[in-house]
Write a protein that binds this ligand. Structure first.
Ligand code: ADP
Ligand code: MG
Length: 707
């Protein structure tokens, strides 16, 4: 490693971002003002203004070394996409080129849309798709092996205007919650706030392993997770990794990741080890919803890219190792006004804070009425290994309020009146030199999928490699709807105070089944939830239809977030993604078992048999019962594996023949996954018997303990 480099974070933060400070400095005053009107008041951007901005953006980017620009967008593949164009114009008569970038090029792009998933929205012969500049998320210059590129965050739509990406519906949902929150605030006498925006802080979990070892595992290369692997003698049972000291190699990596992110204006804030060995977490400071979504994509890209430079590999899969804690992404969400009011801040005495109680009970209503939809928003193939598997929250949605708010709601339900709030008590450590301090009125609960944590909700179902766009689209929309319904009632009320009081009580009573403060990991909760009539969609395949349930279509159409056609296309894409992903996993298993594992076990059994013969030749009275036992055991497992391999080939071939859609996805979940498990079992047992030298790939122990 080269000499440590020290720098001042304040100097490098945002240095590659065309942010407000840069725009204020570089843009003509009138242009800057116009752009702000577009950003804040949703005014239209004229071409002349766009031309000026484009020119300045290009000049700035070229100073940072940029040769190309790209419209950076988020198609429905889960990752970002980009097509690079250089700034050079057609050569002039003197053979020189100019570097140009027009307003038109800034605001509109036209990638070939046919290679991105559209779920039947667009036939390949109608391949036109447009990217459109999202001026509320700042452009940035990314520096990497490809040189420096000006990246312009955009939305991606079809020729007919249907959303083909995550950004478009996200922005639509932000508009919905803005409008409805303002309505609600006005009812409470707020005349000053102009804009309300959801704030999001996604905590990102990931695994880091050695790249050399990674390259020896085809399963990790092709699928992002291990498909075989026996548990090492030591797992995470000692709890010694969680918050443990960060190892040097990882620390150097994190340092580099932070620096890259800071340059891009991503406020990477906390980092620590997670529960499982080799698992870590990175959290940024929260930002406006669409910016947070963009930044989370940048974070995932950066985590992967920087790992390569350190001879490491970053695994973002939700379950890279069976039997070891998986990775998720906690989506912290709140609603804030442009003048600094957080609608989710209860204040010191929540029972007196009527506006907060209305917001809170509206959220309970939203979650209760659209629980299946919110669950679906966190559906992801890899996440099926987590939800409900005693490490992530269950697939059942419930809301944790904690002691203080839980008590206020309980008072409302039982007496119709909340008269007091529980207070935090003093934390006494018993050590004189450690100052006593006031505890929070509410402890934390780590097992709830949707937990109130002080002044925000934390949605914990999201998978680690998934975009946080979907969950936020759903949250923004369903909460906007609840606000809208409340406002419909309250705007007509002759006695506002009485009406709001009644409404809060009505919502609290009606939706109390969604509140659960206990242990979400327990069997009792599964039973209790069933009694309460709460859904428990364990697999992505069961969760997907919620997108096109009548109540979902109605709420999305009401706020113009999705049309029914767009929803149907998304459902189609999700089913396809599910089947394709499992198909790749199955084929990878077939490849590894057939070409690496079975040949290795044959080598092992042959060597064993040969050595038994040799021992007997040399010493006829020698006891070879140990060798014999191993030979019998390994041969039996080998035969079992060979049979299971044949079966997996057969079911996978059938799956490929099926028509895409719900039935195919269900087939992959039931038949193909069962055949995969049947092959994995003898192979994992063989790994424990066969010589380590012969085993064709690094073990779990090698991967997660030796980084
Ligand atoms: P916790 O300890 O509850 O996980 P942290 O303070 O570590 O909370 O924050 C976790 C994430 O939540 C961070 O990304 C943080 O910026 C974000 N966060 C904090 N306050 C809010 C808020 N009001 N709205 C949205 N996100 C928030
Ligand atoms: Mg958290």
């Amino acid at each position: 490693m080269s000499e440590q480099e020290y720098y001042n974070v304040a100097d490098i933060f945002g240095q590659n971002v065309f942010n407000d400070a840069v725009m204020r400095e570089r843009l003509p005053k009138a242009t800057y003002k116009k752009l702000h009107e577009v950003m804040e008041e949703g005014k239209e951007l004229d071409l002349a203004t766009a031309d000026v901005i484009a020119h300045e953006m290009k000049e700035w980017a070229i100073e940072k070394g940029a040769t190309h620009y790209t419209h950076w967008f988020q198609p429905l593949t889960g990752v970002t996409a980009e097509k690079h164009d250089s700034f050079i114009s057609a050569p002039m008569s003197n053979g020189k080129v100019l570097m140009t970038f027009s307003g038109k090029e800034l605001i509109k792009g036209e990638p070939d849309a046919s290679s991105f998933p559209s779920g039947g929205l667009r036939a390949t012969f109608e391949a036109r798709g447009y990217t459109a500049w999202d001026c509320t998320s700042p452009a940035f210059v990314r520096q990497d092996a490809a040189g420096a590129t000006l990246c312009i965050p955009t939305a991606f739509c079809s020729y007919t205007g249907e959303a083909l990406d995550q950004k478009t519906p996200l922005m639509r949902s932000m508009e919905a919650i803005n409008e409805q929150s303002l309505r609600l605030l006005r009812l409470f006498g707020n005349t000053t706030s102009k804009k309300v925006t959801p704030s999001v802080g996604p905590e990102q979990e990931y695994f880091i392993i050695d790249r050399e070892k990674y390259l020896q595992r085809k399963d990790l290369i092709f699928t992002g997770r291990t498909l075989f692997g026996a548990m090492p003698p030591k797992g995470q049972e000692m709890d010694d990794h969680y918050f443990g000291a960060i190892r040097e190699r990882i620390a150097a990596y994190m340092r580099d990741v932070n620096k890259e992110l800071w340059k891009l204006g991503v406020s990477a804030k906390t980092q620590h080890n997670e529960v499982a060995p080799a698992q870590h977490e990175l959290a940024p400071i929260y930002a406006e919803c669409n910016v947070a979504v963009d930044h989370n994509q940048l974070t995932m890209e950066t985590l992967k890219k920087v790992a390569g430079r350190h001879g490491l590999q970053c695994l973002l899969h939700e379950k890279p190792f069976a039997g070891v804690n998986g990775s998720g992404k906690h989506n912290n969400w709140s609603i804030c006004t442009d003048d600094g009011i957080n609608l989710l801040d209860p204040g010191e005495t929540p029972h007196e804070n009527v506006q907060f109680l209305l917001v809170l009970t509206c959220i309970l209503k939203a979650i209760d009425e659209h629980a299946a939809l919110l669950r679906a928003s966190a559906a992801d193939v890899g996440n099926d290994h987590r939800l409900g598997a005693n490490e992530a929250p269950p697939a059942i949605l419930s809301v944790y309020l904690g002691d203080q708010l839980g008590d206020v709601i309980q008072q409302l339900i039982t007496t119709g009146e909340a008269t007091h709030s529980l207070e935090g008590s003093k934390l006494e450590t018993g050590v004189k030199s450690i100052p006593d301090f006031m505890k929070d009125a509410t402890d934390r609960n780590r097992t709830s999928p949707f937990a109130f944590t002080g002044n925000k909700f934390e949605f914990r179902m999201v998978g680690s490699q998934d975009s946080v766009a979907q969950p936020n689209i759903v949250l923004n929309t369903i909460v906007a709807d609840a606000f809208s319904e409340a406002c419909d009632v309250l705007e007509k009320a002759s006695n506002f105070d009485l009406a709001v009081h009644d409404l809060i009580k009505e919502y609290a009573v009606k939706h109390q089944r969604i509140v659960f403060n206990g242990n979400g990991y327990s069997e009792e909760w599964v039973k209790e939830a069933a009694k309460r009539g709460l859904a428990n969609d364990k697999s992505m395949v069961d969760a997907i239809p919620a997108y096109i349930a009548p109540e979902s279509v109605a709420v999305f159409e009401k706020f113009n977030v999705f049309t029914k056609t767009e929803l149907e296309s998304r459902v189609e894409i999700e089913y396809e993604t599910y089947a394709k992903t499992i198909n790749i996993e199955a084929k990878t298993m077939i490849d590894i078992a057939g070409k690496q594992i079975i040949p290795a076990v044959i080598d092992y059994t042959t060597a064993l048999a040969t050595s038994m013969g040799t021992v007997k030749d040399v010493c006829p009275e020698a006891d070879v019962s140990a060798q014999k036992e191993l030979l019998v055991q390994s041969s039996a497992l080998l035969a079992e594996a060979q049979k299971a391999l044949a079966k997996l080939r057969e079911v996978t071939a059938c799956g490929c023949e099926m028509e895409e859609g719900a039935a195919q996805a269900a087939y992959y979940r039931d038949d193909v996954k069962a055949a995969m498990a049947a092959l994995r079992s003898p192979v994992d047992q063989l790994e424990m018997i066969v010589d380590k030298d012969i085993w064709p790939m690094p073990s779990y122990g090698d991967l997660i303990f030796e980084v």
